[in-house]
Structures are given as structure tokens and as C-alpha cells.
Ligand binder design. Structure first.
Ligand SMILES: *Cc1c(COP(=O)(O)O)cnc(C)c1O
Length: 426
């Protein structure tokens, strides 16, 4: 046996999976069952009391989902992971372990639009208060810290313009404040950026996007870096205090450097209920096997398309961190040297009407609200996802009337450029 540690592509294919011990099946089977038979009464009691690991009921855990969890934990360099029904479910389960009513968390202002809604409106009804900071201004995070701050939340590559966040600088602020840094790594995937290597304590994903990669299955995941001391300062009672629903055990004391992943499972997923279907776990696992190949092609295509657009007379600006002239190019070189992702925006000289016109003329690009598909996607935020905002608010969130967002797929780049050329020219 070689003592070499497996590389990223090997982990993407193999981590967490073994031939099925009963049947020899080589692909991970879909364990399409709600529940699992106990060996005997003692076994059942020890599973319920968290004294033994094992399967009880698919809302709490499932063997297909377990392979997905182990694989993503390995790719991100974490100690453990928990798969859930969607990216949004991952966010609510994470914050439920950290915040009590009246607490605050600091979030970067540049985020996926759905996360802005979830944080500003849905979480308010739980008594969780979001405080916004500017990801381009690290000091704005420092200024936002109060005694009620329980976490900081950022995206590694941020929506909608594909800007790159200085994870290390913000992790220093989090460490000083004594709170965990949560990084949404959806647009980068661990192939491009591994936030834990840069100081993240928790990583979340919408598996719906590049990890699943084929635009066919929703899913989300939470990765525990195992780096945070939950008992310090009594700030995190869900982790440090005796749990009445589990015979008074303390999760941090019992589970050490994967206590956060356990809390998300046995207090979050068990009680809130957003379980991932084993069928979706199977689809997403299959997608992850080709993640390194797909991500490289996504990035190479995106760079070629961004360069084409930057030279087109109908285009006034291109925001792609992979371009040497871009404001985020320095950060892209540091954090994402293999490529700056495949989601970016550009602006049209013709404004709102030109944006609507372009979207209607494109043929190979699909006009829809998603990113991270094998297929190339386009949306005009001002007339769709951001249409409810006034013009000033649209511009502030990077969705001005002239802005078009692309998610570049893995087709031939010449075909993508030809489609854009005919739609821009016509
Ligand atoms: C899509 C997305 C989410 C939400 O994920 P769902 O799977 O749609 O719930 C969160 N963050 C980012 C960056 C996303 O792109």
C-alpha cells in the first residue's frame, strides 16, 4: 500500500464509498427506505441515546446520504458533514444551532438573492437579526460586531457578479470576535476554493448548483471544520449545555471536533425536518464524480466568453474576476488560481431594453433562474429576480437595468460565443 494521500479527483470519485457489503454493487445504491431494523432492544436504546452510531429513520440519516456527507467532508477538508434538502435548509439548520431569539449574525451584503430574503425576512420571525456588512470592506465586519453577534456569513465567490471575498481577512475578524465564520462555497465548489484552508469554521453549499452540476436535483450540505471551541464563553448553549432531549449529554464534550455536525443532525435535521431524499443524494453523488472535469471546463469557457464580451462594441463593462483588468483579479489569483468560477455579469450600452432583447434572442443559453448547470444560463435580473427593487436598490445590489448575468456551461465555447454574437448583433 502506498502511503500517499489521495488527490482531489480520486476523492471526488471514491471518498465515502465502498462496494455494497451485501450485494457487491459498485455504484452507491439508493437506500430508498424510511426506516431500519434494530438488532435488539439494547441496540435501539443506544441509538436513540446517541451512545451508538447507526441508522434509525431517514429524516435523521440514510446510508446513501452518508456517502455524500463523507465525500463532501473529504473534498472540503472538514471533519464531518450533514446533507439536507436544499441550500436554504442548510442555512437555517446551521443558524438554529448558533442563535437564540434576540441574537445577531453579520452577513455580507453581496449574497444569493434568496439568502438576502431568508436572512432579512424569514429569520426575523425567529428573532434572529441580520446585520449587513460590505465584503469589500473588512473593517465594516469589525464595526458590526456586538456582544449579541453569534456568527459571520459570507460567500467565497459572491452572487451575482462573481466577486471574490477575502476569506482570510474576514476569518481574522471572526476569530477576534470569538464567533464562527460560515462560508457559502456554492459558486466556487471545493475544486476552486476550500474555505476551511483559509479559516472558515463551517462551510455550506447549495448542492443544487455545481456539486450536483446537472440542474436536476435540489440538495444542501453543511461541513464542520472541527476548528471552533463551542464551550468558550457560554455563547453556544445548544452545543455546550446538557441536552434534555438526550439524557443531559453535552454535544461538544461528547463529540469533540465533529460536535457541530452532530448538533445539526440531532437537533436541527431531526426537529426541523428538511431531509434530503436518498434519490437526490444518488444524483448529486454521481455529479460529484466529474466535478473536477466540469469545473475546469466551466471556468475555461467562462474566461473565453468574458474576453469575447469585453471586446464587443455593445458591451459597456464585464465583471469577471478571471480577467486581468478586473477589480477582484488579485483575490482571484490568491483564492481561486484554477479559475474564477463560471457565474458573472456584464452591462449593455443599450440599458434595460437591450437586456430584455438579448435574453429573448439567445438560443443556446436558457433563460431561467439558476446557476451551475451543464447548460449555459442567462438572466436579466432587473426584469426578473430584482424587479421588485427600485432603480437605486437594483444598482446597489449589482443588478442595475443594464446588467445581464450568465452561468456558463460545459458546451463548446465557440458555440456559446456564436450565440452571444448573433443575439448582441441582431
Ligand atoms: C442557490 C443558492 C442557494 C440556495 O440553495 P437552494 O438549493 O436553492 O435552496 C444558496 N446560496 C447560493 C450561493 C446559491 O447559489
Amino acid at each position: 500500500m502506498s502511503d500517499r494521500l489521495p488527490g482531489f479527483s480520486t476523492l471526488a470519485v471514491h471518498a465515502g464509498a465502498q462496494p455494497d457489503p451485501t450485494t457487491g454493487a459498485r455504484a452507491t445504491p439508493i437506500y430508498q427506505t424510511t426506516s431500519f431494523v434494530f438488532n435488539d432492544a439494547d441496540h435501539a436504546a443506544s441509538l436513540f441515546g446517541l451512545q451508538a452510531f447507526g441508522n434509525i429513520y431517514t429524516r435523521i440519516g440514510n446510508p446513501t446520504n452518508a456517502v455524500l456527507e463523507e465525500r463532501v467532508a473529504a473534498l472540503e477538508g472538514g471533519t464531518a458533514a450533514l446533507a439536507v434538502a436544499s441550500g436554504h435548509a442548510a442555512q437555517v439548520v446551521v443558524l438554529q444551532q448558533l442563535l437564540q431569539p434576540g441574537d445577531e449574525f453579520i452577513a455580507a451584503r453581496k449574497l444569493y438573492g434568496g439568502s438576502i430574503n431568508q436572512f432579512a425576512h424569514a429569520f426575523k420571525s425567529f428573532g434572529w437579526n441580520v446585520v449587513w456588512a460590505d465584503p469589500d470592506d473588512v473593517a465594516s465586519f469589525e464595526r458590526a460586531v456586538t456582544p449579541r453577534t453569534k456568527a459571520i456569513f459570507i460567500e467565497s465567490i459572491a452572487n451575482p457578479a462573481g466577486s471574490i471575498t477575502d476569506i482570510e481577512a474576514i476569518s481574522t475578524v471572526a476569530r477576534k470576535a470569538g464567533v464562527p465564520l460560515i462560508v457559502d462555497n456554492t459558486l466556487a465548489s471545493p475544486y476552486l476554493i476550500r474555505p476551511i484552508d483559509h479559516g472558515a469554521d463551517i462551510v455550506v453549499h447549495s448542492l443544487t448548483k455545481f456539486l450536483g452540476g446537472h440542474g436536476n436535483s435540489l440538495g444542501g450540505i453543511i461541513v464542520d471544520a472541527g476548528t471552533f471551541d463551542w464551550s468558550a464563553g457560554g455563547k453556544y448553549p445548544m452545543l455546550s449545555e446538557p441536552r434534555p432531549e438526550y439524557h443531559g449529554i453535552r454535544l461538544q464534550e461528547t463529540f469533540g471536533n465533529f460536535a457541530f455536525a452532530i448538533a445539526c443532525r440531532v437537533l436541527g435535521l431531526r426537529d426541523l425536518g428538511p431531509a434530503l431524499s436518498p434519490f437526490n443524494a444518488f444524483m448529486i453523488l454521481t455529479g460529484i464524480e466529474t466535478l473536477p472535469l466540469r469545473m475546469q471546463k466551466h471556468c475555461d469557457n467562462a474566461k473565453a466568453v468574458a474576453e469575447f464580451l469585453a471586446g464587443h462594441p455593445a458591451v459597456s463593462a464585464v465583471n469577471y474576476a478571471g480577467l486581468a483588468s478586473d477589480k477582484y483579479n488579485q483575490l482571484a489569483r490568491k483564492y481561486a488560481p484554477k479559475g474564477a468560477g463560471a457565474v458573472f455579469t456584464f452591462s449593455l450600452k443599450g440599458g434595460y431594453d437591450a437586456g430584455v432583447n438579448l435574453v429573448s434572442k439567445l438560443q443556446l443559453f436558457s433563460h431561467l433562474a439558476n446557476v451551475g448547470d451543464t447548460r449555459s444560463l442567462v438572466i436579466h435580473p432587473a426584469s426578473t429576480t430584482h424587479s421588485q427593487l427600485d432603480d437605486a436598490a437594483k444598482i446597489k445590489s449589482g443588478a442595475g437595468p443594464d446588467v445581464v448575468r450568465l452561468s456558463i456551461g460545459i458546451e463548446d465555447k465557440e458555440d456559446l460565443i456564436a450565440d452571444l454574437e448573433q443575439a448582441l448583433g441582431a
